[in-house]
Design a protein around this ligand. Structure first.
Ligand code: C5P
Length: 296
């Protein structure tokens, strides 16, 4: 059995610059990934079929049917590499001859659904990496990103799962290993309320507040913003409570909302400060979801 971690994604800053004709928004963002997340495992099957089972703390409320992004990613990869597949596609890359590539996938869902930390995108990206290995497709990251882009804006970044400056709708990626970032202790906190991405983007006030300076971690901390914080807080006011609490914990060097919310994160100057904050918040707010780790 092969496994891949679907690393949790955080937007250390997320500047929304423009609403586009196609309904998406042009962004400038610094994506970072936590060294923990969902876990996807797979066993091969030779009949070309695909299946998905889900367990874990956030398995409830997540459908494992054909609409699940993991299965959609698996099918897209199958079609790309295997034109003779029973699903039929003459425009694929035609790398593999066998029409019988299949997989039984199992997802252990540790991350809350609809929470601004990648979730389904990270799961889909993990499926692409995992099946690329299982089936011996040998597609490059660039090719996996191109498949992922057709399924969701954050999937290309999640394929890479290393710190990246991200632009466009999410497809323009530049690796960015900022000094002082990798290994930083990080705490994720979610108030336990799911929040869809589209309504938050719709609530953006269309004011361009300017570009994102990623010349240093200091610049991202000091001058970076999350332009989706205001529309997310309008929908889930509890985000304000989380941020207020996280900004008061000792040792936090940056506290901000991730993505379209409602998960917020804090970076810490020491692992001790991070675990002290985690224990204090867990005791105070038993309904909040917490996860600590390190930035990859
Ligand atoms: O691409 P994805 O399906 O993950 O996006 C979900 C929704 O988030 C889109 O339908 C769109 O409303 C919004 N979105 C956006 N601009 C982006 C990414 C997502 O408006 N760059």
């Amino acid at each position: 059995m092969l496994t891949e971690t679907a690393y949790a994604k955080v937007n250390l800053a997320l500047h929304v610059r423009r609403r586009r004709e196609d309904g998406y928004h042009d962004l400038e963002s610094l994506f970072a990934f936590v060294d923990r997340g969902d876990v996807l495992s797979v066993t091969p099957r030779a009949d070309g079929g695909l299946s998905l089972t889900i367990c874990g703390p956030f398995a409830h409320g997540l459908a494992s049917g054909d609409g699940n992004l993991v299965l959609r990613a698996a099918r897209s990869l199958q079609i790309s590499v295997c034109p003779s597949n029973s699903l039929g596609n003459s425009g694929g890359l035609g790398i593999l001859d066998s029409g019988h590539l299949g997989a039984d996938l199992h997802l252990f869902k540790n991350l809350p659904v609809a929470s601004g930390i990648g979730g389904g995108s990270a799961d889909a990206a993990a499926a692409l990496r995992l099946l690329n290995r299982l089936w011996g497709c040998n597609l490059s990251d660039r090719e996996l990103c191109a498949i992922g882009e057709t399924l969701g804006s954050d999937i290309p970044a999640c394929v890479i799962s290393q710190s990246l400056r991200v632009e466009g709708r999410g497809e323009a990626l530049a690796p960015l290993d900022l000094p002082g970032l990798s290994g930083t202790p990080i705490l994720l906190v979610n108030p336990g309320i799911p929040l869809g991405t589209a309504p938050v983007f719709r609530g953006w006030d269309q004011v361009d507040r300017g570009p994102l300076d990623t010349s240093s971690l200091e610049a991202v901390i000091t001058n970076g913003r999350n332009d989706l914080e205001a529309p997310a807080r309008a929908l889930v006011p509890e985000i304000g409570d989380v941020l207020e609490r996280m900004r008061a914990v000792p040792g936090a060097t940056l506290s901000r909302m991730s993505g379209s919310g409602a998960t917020c994160f804090a970076l810490f100057d020491s692992p001790q400060a991070c675990s002290t904050a985690e224990q204090a918040l867990a005791a105070e707010q038993p309904t909040w979801w917490l996860m600590s780790g390190r930035v990859r």
